[in-house]
Write a protein that binds this ligand. Structure first.
Ligand code: ADP
Ligand code: ZN
Ligand code: ZN
Length: 804
């Protein structure tokens, strides 16, 4: 009988997206499993791949089929669920299966990080079956040998060669190992050893006597030297006598920078209690129900998450909690760790490759029960999920912009069906899509209308900046806001100043000819950075020194414009010289842990004003913040994005929610040049539903989600004519295939018409329900993969585009 593995190979943009058959050698057949990574020959080289099925037959003839070259994992890295999920993602987002598989794993397990240890020289003395095991695996551990009854054979072989088992049987992963001492757990043996030590070896005797009080413990050798008062030589001698042994212990790289205080469960308010009961019922009845937890800022949603998780853990199940992005992570993860301690793993982009891998392994090995993480944590490989929570479910960071272009919300719902558990979508400002689904009873709506501590919502003042100009005030601060800042400074209360910088940057402009410095590779103006006097493209990283003269007209009237956080900081220094300011933006948060440091410093009252961008809009929960100022509410309104109004409303509600969360009342000033815009006007009342109604009306009229679905097709090429030509070909082909009630808009040049030296065209498809659309798009992808790709065309399909 033969063993054949079906393998999905890691080859970028290969036209054929299906598994390939490889023959498995008999020795490997005993240990290979579905979900393991392998190395297989593909064309001229060996490539990484994933075993997606094992079978005993193949259509390939025996003289053609190639063998699996190496088995990389003894324990599969992908569960059955993940393999199923990958197939679904491939269909749902139109991606390569390999992209879906890669998205589920930490990058440490990807080909570029892999260093396979060769054990060849050490294994020649082994029996042939064992040699094969060593050759085919770089992760050798005792478990493998136990599994295959090879352990005794191995021990014998090692004994014959006088090689200690520690030297050869080890995990060749990327785990840090440290040396520890394990003290013998046998009092009779220990006293025999003491008796056997000659009187001259006093120190050895002293050490073994000390060890009698530490039987069976595993200790750091340095602790022993110190506590027992002996040298390393003495410990070595005692180990040789058999009183203790050296062992290697794996340690995880710890991403947590500081200790967390334990907190207790709070007594729930009536609203919280009702919510928890509804969710608990779904957990008990194993119902894959999706709840939309719509609660005003400060209504205690997080406390509901915490108590839900406690229930899930009591059932012996696991919980996945998604939070939008890195900025939220320090304070939020702390709240989870304060309840569940060591049972919590964190996963977000701020961790190093090694840390991410270690956190993933804690999940994979069942050492933790709760994951708190950003988007990709939705793939945490738990096998018995009891609840999945998406906090701030409306956040656009839950959508991945690269292949696989998935939305974490959709993956959460898929997994909840697999595990028969509920999903909680939490937000003060739900996405229109989710709220519409709740209204149709696809999701179960739970509302929290009051703040947990019964504080009133802050009072919100909209300030018309055009009036300020008329009054002769050219400052970034309206008179009302400036006055309120001064009052807070006098009262020693804290202030949050928010600069809406979405789609806005400080650019460099020539006052004589109007030239704006542009990126060489992209259709984007360069952003000015005062800290190093450079101009940088935020899309491709291109960077130049600020020129002394205009590259176009050589005038020296070249200046930077725009309201960056640095500029605001300078103005604060002029207006409020006594104020202590902390600034939080991309520039001040480059180094690891700087988020935490800034927030902690502010929390401890080391500054009066926290000035920042999007990063400070969410999650902040400090009692002394009583004033929030939004310096420029409009900038996000005028982006080429059908969700611009929704995002602006969400942002204003979120940032306003930072004020007066505890016992001191809060006040908010929103400065704007368009006070009459409904997204701004309605944010004053902090009332979601009127905004929802208004925005739904707009979407209906314009034919956008949630009334219509969208698909965005992008075509790019280094040559502008090629890009335009093939975008046209794609559109013509789609028109020939799709029914006329689907509207196909385009091709048009993309909003950013050139990016990283490629010209970009796009076409937008709007549709209601169209069973033919996905198969047709798949067909287009086939044409592209088999032909256009060779001509340097790049074509992508996004079935849920955010920016269009
Ligand atoms: P949200 O996540 O809805 O913005 P939080 O969970 O952060 O709200 O709660 C806001 C504040 O109220 C926090 O300081 C939290 O500790 C407190 N809080 C929440 N629930 C309760 C409760 N039942 N009793 C007392 N304080 C609570
Ligand atoms: Zn000029
Ligand atoms: Zn660029």
């Amino acid at each position: 009988m033969i063993t054949v593995a079906e393998v999905i190979v890691d080859v970028a943009a290969y036209p054929v997206d299906r598994p390939f058959d490889y023959l498995v050698a008999p020795e490997m057949a005993a240990i290979i499993e579905v979900g393991s990574r392998v190395k297989v020959p593909f064309g001229p080289r060996n490539v990484l791949g994933f075993v997606v099925a094992i079978k005993d037959n193949t259509d390939i003839s025996m003289n053609k089929i190639k063998p699996v070259a190496q088995l990389l994992d003894i324990e599969p890295v992908l569960t059955h669920e993940m393999l199923e999920l990958a197939k679904w993602l491939k269909q749902e987002t139109i991606c390569y299966e390999i992209d879906a598989l890669q998205a589920m794993l930490p990058s440490a397990l990807r080909a570029k990080y892999e260093k396979i240890a060769t054990l060849q020289t050490e294994i020649e003395f082994l029996p042939p079956a064992l040699q094969e095991v060593f050759r085919t695996s770089h992760k050798i551990n005792v478990k493998v040998f136990e599994k295959n009854n090879l352990l005794n054979e191995l021990k014998q072989a090692l004994n014959d060669k006088h090689i200690s088992i520690e030297n050869i049987v080890k995990q060749k992963g990327k785990v840090k190992e440290i040396r520890k001492v394990e003290i013998l757990d046998d009092s009779i043996k220990l006293s025999e050893i003491v008796d056997g030590i000659s009187n001259r070896a006093k120190k050895q005797k002293q050490l073994v006597l000390w060890m009698q009080n530490h039987q069976g413990e595993i200790m750091d050798p340095n602790v022993i030297y110190k506590e027992a008062g002996v040298s390393p030589q003495v410990l070595q001698a005692v180990v040789e006598l058999g009183a203790a042994s050296f062992i290697q212990q794996e340690v995880y790289r710890d991403p947590f920078t500081k200790e967390v205080k334990r907190t207790n469960f709070l007594n729930l308010t009536d609203e919280q209690d009702i919510a928890l009961n509804k969710i608990t019922a779904a957990i008990n009845e194993k119902r894959p129900e999706t709840f939309l937890l719509h609660g005003v800022t400060g209504s205690g949603k997080t406390e509901i998450y915490l108590q839900t998780i406690a229930k899930v853990l009591a059932e012996g199940k696991e919980a996945i909690v998604l939070v939008p992005e890195i900025s939220l992570t320090p304070q939020i993860t702390e709240r989870f760790r304060s309840r569940f301690g060591e049972l919590v793993a964190v996963m977000h982009s701020g961790l190093s490759v090694g840390e991410k891998y270690d956190e993933w392994r804690k999940v994979h090995e069942g050492k933790v029960k709760v994951v708190v993480g950003a988007r990709s944590a939705i793939f945490a490989p738990f096998e018995n999920v009891g609840v999945i929570i998406l906090d701030e479910e409306h956040e656009s960071t839950y959508k991945q912009e690269d292949s696989p272009r998935y939305h974490a919300r959709d993956v959460a719902i898929w997994r909840s069906q697999y595990h028969h558990c509920p999903v909680i979508l939490g937000s003060a400002t739900p996405s229109l899509e989710s709220f519409a689904r709740a209204k149709k009873n696809v999701y179960t709506l739970i509302s929290l209308k009051e703040r947990a501590l019964k504080q009133s919502l802050p009072t919100v003042e909209i300030v018309d900046m055009r009036e300020e100009l008329k009054k002769g005030n050219r400052s970034m601060f309206s008179m009302d806001l400036a006055e309120s800042i001064q009052t807070r400074l006098d009262r020693q209360e804290q202030i949050v100043l928010f600069l809406n910088r979405r789609g806005y940057s400080s650019f460099v402009l020539c006052r004589d000819c109007g030239t704006v410095l542009q990126c060489e590779n992209c259709d984007i103006s360069l952003t000015y950075h005062r800290s190093n006097e450079k101009c940088k493209c935020h899309y491709c990283g291109y960077e130049i020194h600020v020129p002394k003269t205009c590259p176009q007209c050589q005038s020296d009237h070249i200046r930077f414009f725009g309201t960056g956080t640095q500029k605001v900081e300078e103005e604060i220094a002029k207006l409020f010289p006594q104020a202590r300011v902390l600034r939080m933006d991309v520039d001040t948060t480059k180094t690891k842990g700087s988020h935490e440091q800034i927030l902690e410093a502010f929390g401890e009252g080391q500054a009066d004003i926290l000035l920042g961008t999007q990063m400070i809009a969410k999650g902040l929960d400090y009692p002394n913040i009583t004033l929030v100022g939004v310096l420029s509410a409009d900038t996000s309104l005028h982006l080429p994005d059908f969700r611009a109004a929704e995002k602006t409303f969400q942002l204003l509600t979120q940032v306003s929610g930072r004020a007066g969360r505890h016992n001191k009342p809060g006040e908010v000033f929103i400065q704007t040049y368009t006070p009459e815009h409904y997204a701004i006007e309605l944010s004053k009342a902090q009332n979601y539903e009127p905004f929802y109604e208004r925005e739904m009306h707009m979407r209906h009229q314009a034919g956008y989600p949630p009334y219509y679905y969208l698909a965005l097709i992008q075509v790019s090429h280094e040559d502008v004519l090629m890009a335009a030509d093939y975008a046209g070909k794609a559109v013509d082909w789609l028109r020939s295939q799709l029914s006329s009630n689907i509207s196909i808009i385009g091709p048009t040049a993309s909003g950013i018409s050139r990016l990283q030296n490629r010209y970009r065209y796009q076409c937008l498809i709007k549709y209601k329900i169209e069973p033919e659309l996905i198969p047709t798009l798949m067909q287009l992808i086939k044409i592209y993969r088999s032909d256009w790709i060779k001509k340097g065309i790049l074509l992508t399909v996004d079935l849920d585009p955010t920016m269009i």
